[in-house]
Structure formats: structure tokens, C-alpha cells
Design a protein around this ligand. Structure first.
Ligand code: 5GP
Length: 119
């Protein structure tokens, strides 16, 4: 049976129906600070369109998903982490550790981030 996905709390953040520390928003994407930061900089950058997982991405989403990267680069510069470096992460489903089913790019930086995958 195909799994049904409902819009998440991230839609409410995009629509400003619940509070979040939004650091960037345009017609395609929204970026806000993670509520439970795992590094000194931890920002989530999401498409405004509801896309539950990376498995649901289509070629129609390429403009918005490309924008995730240009916004990540802009925010990394503004956060002062561009030169030292940072990590961009997108989790998919159970094995990826995805908890919120509205795709999001994690922008993590401000410290050495350690191994890519927990042992
Ligand atoms: P995932 O595990 O799905 O890749 O990451 C979900 C992220 O969303 C987590 O890092 C979690 O802390 C963050 N998060 C979940 N709910 C909220 C919320 O209501 N507000 C904000 N700002 N972040 C949230």
C-alpha cells in the first residue's frame, strides 16, 4: 500500500502560522534555525512546496531544489562559516534518519563535524 503523507509543521512555519527563527524566505524556499541545534550553526532550508521525501522529487522541482544550494551558500557566508567549511545534509526515510516528512537541507557548521556516518 502506498504511504499517505500529510503536510507537516514545516508548512505552518512557511506560512508563519507558528513561530520559527526564519533567516531567509523567498517565493521558492524558506530557511530557519533548527529548534534543536546540533552545531553552532544549524539551519534548515526547505522548499515552500510540500515534498515529503527525496523519493518524491520530480524534474519540476529542480528550480526550488537548486535554490536550496544558493541559499545555503549565502547563509554560510553570512554565518561566517563559509571559509572553514560546513556540511549540507538531507535525510531520507528510516535508514537516513528522516523525522519530518517535508524535505529539508540541514546547514551545519561552526565546529569540526566529525565522521559523515555514525559508527
Ligand atoms: P530530520 O531528522 O527529519 O532530517 O530533521 C528534522 C529536523 O527538524 C531536526 O533537526 C529537528 O530538530 C527539526 N525540527 C523539528 N521540529 C521543528 C520545529 O518545530 N521547529 C524547528 N525550527 N525545527 C524543528
Amino acid at each position: 500500500m502506498t504511504k499517505e503523507y500529510q503536510e507537516t509543521i514545516f508548512t505552518k512555519i512557511i506560512n508563519k502560522e507558528i513561530p520559527a527563527n526564519i533567516v531567509y524566505q523567498d517565493e521558492l524556499v524558506t530557511a530557519f534555525r533548527d529548534i534543536s541545534p546540533q552545531a553552532p550553526t544549524h539551519i534548515l532550508i526547505i522548499p515552500n512546496k510540500f515534498i515529503p521525501t527525496v523519493n518524491h522529487v520530480t524534474s519540476e522541482d529542480e528550480l526550488a531544489l537548486g535554490r536550496l544550494f544558493t541559499v545555503a551558500a549565502k547563509l554560510a557566508k553570512e554565518e561566517g562559516i563559509a571559509e572553514d567549511g560546513y556540511r549540507l545534509v538531507m535525510n531520507c526515510n528510516k535508514n537516513g534518519g528522516q523525522e519530518v516528512f517535508h524535505i529539508h537541507m540541514h546547514l551545519l557548521g561552526g565546529q569540526k563535524l566529525g565522521p559523515l556516518v555514525a559508527k
